[in-house]
Design a protein around this ligand. Sequence first.
Ligand code: BTN
Length: 326
Amino acid sequence: MHSLRERLLAQLLTAEGFVSGAEISQKLDISRGAVWKHIQALRREGFVITGSTRRGYRILSVPDLLLPSVILPVLTSDFGRPYYFYQTVSSTNDVVRELAYAGAPQGAVVAAEEQTGGRGRRGRSWYSPRGGLWFSLLLRPQVSPAQSQTLPLFVSLMVVKGIEKLLGITLDLKWPNDILLGGRKTGGVLVELGAEAEQVHYAVAGIGINVNVTSFPPELEKEATSLGIYAGRRVDRARLLAGILSSIETGYPCWCREGFAPFREAYKGRLSFLGRQITVRTAGGEVLTGIAADVDTDGRLLLSSPAGKQRWLHGGEVKVREGILI
Ligand code: BTN
């Protein structure tokens, strides 16, 4: 269901030039005065709209913010509805978890311009300044907790596909769910589950992409980059968010039905280190070195040692040897 504001914006955004107040009022079935009030509200949000009594209204620029009024008109999926926006929040994953408890539907999204307590995997903090894309998606998959282990891998693949489709660039993945550009970290996925032994109640898929972040703190400088730095221009975050949500939504029914198997080859095709010697710090803290040989349908990484020993790993942190640390 599109709100009046969304429909008004859609009309202005798709028009070639000016749209008259009379035309808007007729299409939306509201008075000319009500049209004017909506226009004023949009201007207060940062839309630059020129108006002339003779010709009507025309949008000159859209604010570079993830406001509902900016996102909803470009959204092509059901994922993203309902949509909640914050200027500053501690972590969008926390807000979505609260929404999940309160009974929010699958597809609900929370996005923020900045996070003060952004979280990464393995208890690390996640640098989340303005200019990035920090959001969380609520999913309610009717799958076993075992299958849900592959959700982070599936989501990271679909995020990569969404970015690639919009920007026409090629990204890599680092097992299990780091997103890389030219060997540097550009994004990550943090899935947090609400589950019991037999049943998943909800999953919060937290997605962080360095989009127009222009600088990083010293400890991240060498290993991080952003889409904007790589592309050499500002990237439209609203269209990126819409594209990523649509990409996840497209693959999601298949993942729910069939698990990771149908996505495994595409995922492996984007793994930057497959067939190379790597060092992995396992979830249990062990440090192992070997050849990254495969990823199976359960999302496990196969590490084989030169002596022919094989270990299937569930989670961990990969470092690639030969002097390159990714
Ligand atoms: C990682 O690579 O360690 C995962 C990073 C995930 C960051 C995102 S940003 C939106 C959401 N909110 C959080 O606090 N974390 C995730």
